[in-house]
Design a binder for this molecule. Structure first.
Ligand code: CA
Length: 238
């Protein structure tokens, strides 16, 4: 396959939603641009379908019938898959969004949404996540190693478990070691351009990352702060 066409290639999208009207709407929209749509009406089915179908993207409603809500579905899927997940919900509360991101969601759409918004988010998430697939190299910053082919991170040979969002944040910093990456650049790269002003997301995730990779998170050795501007990943010499 020509790599230039890769981004446009049809994807399998798992839609997890119990409202028939909404399922039909999303299905029609996504099929109209050539994607294959698989539907799950409850959380249990969603987890099974995510494993069986290996979708390229999952659109996941938060409020579902049965014993598993969207948060739990997200958490379970993240146990075996890094497929991008867009959460869909009537709730627009900040704690819900942060909880969703913490469990590994890649983006968030609040109901009611327009066809245009849904398609824009789907395209943006797929572009972001497929874009990072294309680089398969290894980045070494002293004892920190990022293997882009396997999405794994280790420090001094010890594996570090990162969520997809934490991974993308670290990767964005690691691609330009010792150079300050601005708040807006990081937010745009990791969450998308709609989130370029959401400083609280960035601060929260920098804290999560430091807790996982820094020997002493209160005196960071890797992720340094440039107050009011951004962050950078420091090599030993600096
Ligand atoms: Ca629902």
């Amino acid at each position: 396959m020509n790599p230039a066409n890769k981004r446009e290639s049809p994807a399998t999208i798992l839609v997890v939603e119990d409202e028939p009207r909404l399922v039909r709407l999303i299905e029609t929209l996504l099929s109209s641009i050539g994607h294959r749509v698989v539907v799950a009406n409850d959380g249990q089915t969603a987890v099974e379908q995510a494993a069986v179908e290996s979708p390229d993207l999952i659109i996941l409603d938060l409020l579902l019938p049965g014993s598993l809500d969207g948060f739990e579905v997200c958490q379970r899927i993240r146990g075996f898959s890094s497929t991008p997940i867009i959460m869909l919900t009537a709730r627009a509360r900040e704690p819900d969004k942060l909880k969703g991101f913490a469990l590994g969601a890649d983006d968030y759409i609040t109901k009611p949404f327009s066809a245009k918004e849904l398609l824009a988010r789907v395209n943006a998430v797929m572009k972001r996540t497929r874009g990072s697939d294309q680089s398969s190299g290894r980045i070494e910053i002293d004892e920190l190693i990022i293997n882009q082919a396997t999405y794994t991170v280790s420090i001094s040979g010890e594996d570090i478990q990162l969520t997809p969002t934490e991974y993308r944040l670290l990767l964005t910093l690691a691609r330009r070691p010792n150079q300050v990456v601005t708040h807006a650049e990081l937010l745009t790269e990791v969450w998308g351009s709609d989130y370029r002003d959401e400083l609280s997301y960035l601060r929260t995730y920098i804290r999560y990352l430091r807790n996982k990779i820094e020997p002493n998170p209160s005196r960071p050795r890797f992720i340094k702060t440039r107050n009011g501007i951004g962050y950078f990943l420091a090599t030993q010499e600096t």
